[in-house]
Ligand binder design. Structure first.
Ligand code: HEC
Ligand code: HEC
Ligand code: HEC
Ligand code: HEC
Length: 479
């Protein structure tokens, strides 16, 4: 079966390359890289029974299509625009009726392939497919008939992307960049979940590559990821920290300029999602944690960037001996009235720094077990120091880093991971998880129950004690 598929396409091989060159060199001689000459053909065009639809089972090569239709949340991304939550979001935002999210450009930008545009798409394309193969792998007109040939396979990921439009999903930095358009935001493409959307009912976007990769029902082999990166989980986390922060800074820079955001208006400034949600959304208690001496800034100012620019990022950059933490952006955003033009300038500089950082990290050799443990110790130390002041975001990011390192340690040398380490991490996770009350998708009990483990696995558990235990486990680990 597969040979039929290949034979047919091989015939087209010569033609297609010429076709692509024609578009690149003749129609758009000035800047071929800027223009996307490729068109989406739709998920069904990948779904021939001879190709990606052999239906051999979840995650098995050549069964990508059935893995996606059966298990991948992206397959439902368009359908969710018709659920009651979406109805509520568009009602709140635009006062439009049920089902209208499915025709709202802003929503389609992230919830369907090709940003919901079908004008120049192939006949098999439909926006109803949700986030399809080509959303992640690139519009396929340039590569569909050749991507399985030996000749094509010999090209580098970069060549495949530049010449034929097959997105580089192999390098973690470029993979993260691809996910981040939708999972962090890309204002230039009209993909933005700002406070307007969140207040209307949209979930907050807090992406982290390692965790989202672990949660994602893969249609490729984990071993392939491990071949490219023996320290896959930890590297995905570290590279993701830098790359997502870069994308978040780009979003901030775009927000500072008069970009047309939601609903064609000038972007709101300051944009509330840039700040710690719970600095505004909290009870006013005189004995609050911060009031008791936990302010890290001037009391009353808004702390910036909890998720994408916290201590986890700082530690990754330090570990890689790279400068690049957006200190200037941070100090400007932490002032009472951050000036958009100044912030925008600082973002530009910070993005350049982080670009260098992410390239260096991508090129660096895989971390050894010893290096992973050193990094884990630093994350734990940071948790310990901030154990009275930290926010939910702060601890959650540290937890995700530690979990990623734990998982890489397990990949590299499963016998040597102490059971106690796993156990302490589960306790840390529960401290973070159990503060989401039923019916909430936010950790609204975090302040009330600060560090009190609602499951009482160990009565009296606090962040400070769990970080101390974690530290003790690693200190006593001599193997
Ligand atoms: C920047 C891209 C982006 C935009 C714009 C966007 N979304 Fe989303 N949406 C996402 C992502 C990513 C998720 C998944 C979040 C997660 O779980 O981390 C999501 C999740 C959701 C969910 C929850 C999913 C579920 O299973 O119930 C709903 C509902 C939703 N979006 C509706 C909308 C509606 C309605 C609009 C337009 C008003 C919209 N979205 C605009 C990216 C976007
Ligand atoms: C959410 C993004 C996403 C979607 C949607 C998606 N993929 Fe993938 N796909 C990836 C990533 C990431 C990889 C792993 C990196 C790699 O091997 O290129 C991958 C790997 C693959 C591979 C293995 C490539 C190799 O060289 O071994 C194939 C084949 C594939 N995808 C086909 C498909 C098909 C067909 C669909 C639609 C039915 C699809 N993908 C949908 C992100 C996606
Ligand atoms: C074109 C936009 C887009 C791209 C690109 C994209 N996603 Fe998504 N992703 C979404 C949307 C929208 C949802 C919500 C879908 C739903 O709930 O049905 C989602 C949901 C998810 C979920 C489920 C989250 C949850 O809370 O259950 C995971 C995991 C995920 N994406 C991982 C990834 C990864 C990893 C990549 C990159 C390899 C990626 N996504 C690329 C738009 C995208
Ligand atoms: C600068 C202060 C501020 C920050 C920071 C902030 N918000 Fe808000 N938020 C508000 C205000 C003001 C409202 C409107 C309240 C009202 O109308 O009653 C609101 C409304 C909301 C609502 C609607 C709640 C309701 O019941 O009406 C949600 C959900 C929400 N915000 C989530 C978030 C999230 C998530 C973050 C962080 C990513 C965040 N907010 C950051 C000030 C803020």
């Amino acid at each position: 079966m597969i040979s039929i598929c290949k034979a047919k396409a091989l015939k087209k091989f010569g033609l297609l390359i010429l076709g692509a060159m024609f578009i690149c060199f003749t129609c758009n001689p000035i800047n071929a890289a800027d223009k996307e000459p490729f068109t989406p053909l739709g998920a069904p065009s990948c779904a021939s029974a001879a190709c990606h639809n052999q239906n051999l089972g979840k995650g098995i090569p050549f069964s990508e299509y059935t893995t996606w239709t059966g298990f991948d949340p992206h397959h439902k991304a368009y359908a969710v625009l018709f659920n009651p939550r979406s109805d509520r979001i568009v009602k709140n935002l635009y006062n439009t009726g049920p089902g209208s999210a499915g025709a709202t450009q802003l929503c389609l930008n992230c919830h369907s392939s090709n940003q919901g545009k079908s004008e120049h798409a192939g006949p098999g394309f439909s926006i109803t497919e949700g986030v399809g193969c080509e959303s992640c792998h690139g519009s396929s007109s340039g590569y569909i008939s050749i991507h399985f040939t030996e000749k094509f396979k010999k090209l580098s990921s970069q060549e495949k992307e530049k010449e034929f439009g097959l997105t580089n999903t192999k390098d973690l930095s470029s993979r993260n960049k691809m996910c981040a358009d939708c999972h962090v935001g890309n204002a230039k493409k009209g993909m933005e979940v700002n406070h307007d959307l969140i207040a209307a009912g949209h979930p907050r976007l807090n992406f982290e590559l390692s965790a989202y990769s672990a949660q994602y029902p893969r249609h490729w082999k984990m071993e392939d990821d491990l071949k490219r990166y023996p320290d896959f989980n930890a590297k995905a986390w570290a590279i993701g920290q830098i790359e997502s922060s870069k994308v978040a800074l780009q979003l901030l820079e775009d927000r500072t300029s008069s970009f047309n955001g939601t609903g064609g208006k000038k972007s709101p400034w300051p944009e509330f999602t840039e700040f710690d949600c719970f600095s505004c959304h909290k009870d006013l208690k005189l004995n609050s944690r911060k009031y008791q001496g936990g302010y890290s800034n001037k009391p009353g100012s808004l702390p910036w960037g909890g998720w994408f620019n916290g201590n986890a990022l700082k530690l990754v950059l330090e570990e890689s001996k790279i400068k690049g933490f957006p200190t200037e952006v941070s100090s400007q955003m932490n002032q009472f009235n951050a000036q958009p033009d100044k912030v925008g300038q600082s973002c530009k500089k910070a993005i350049e720094q982080l670009e260098i950082a992410v390239r260096d990290l991508e090129k660096s050799p895989a971390w050894t077990k010893t290096q992973l443990l050193e990094l884990a110790k630093k994350l734990i130390e940071s948790g310990k120091i901030n154990s009275e002041k930290g926010s939910w975001d702060e601890f959650a990011q540290l937890y995700l880093g530690l979990a990623a390192i734990h998982n890489s340690w397990d990949d590299l040398d499963p016998q040597s991971v102490p059971k106690e380490f796993t156990k302490e991490l589960v306790i840390l996770r529960n401290l973070l998880k159990d503060v989401f009350p039923k019916g909430f998708d936010s950790p609204s009990l975090f302040e009330d129950k600060f560090g009190l483990n609602p499951r009482n696995e160990r009565p009296g558990e606090t962040f400070s004690s769990v970080f101390r235990s974690l530290q003790a486990v690693l200190e006593s680990n001599r193997r």
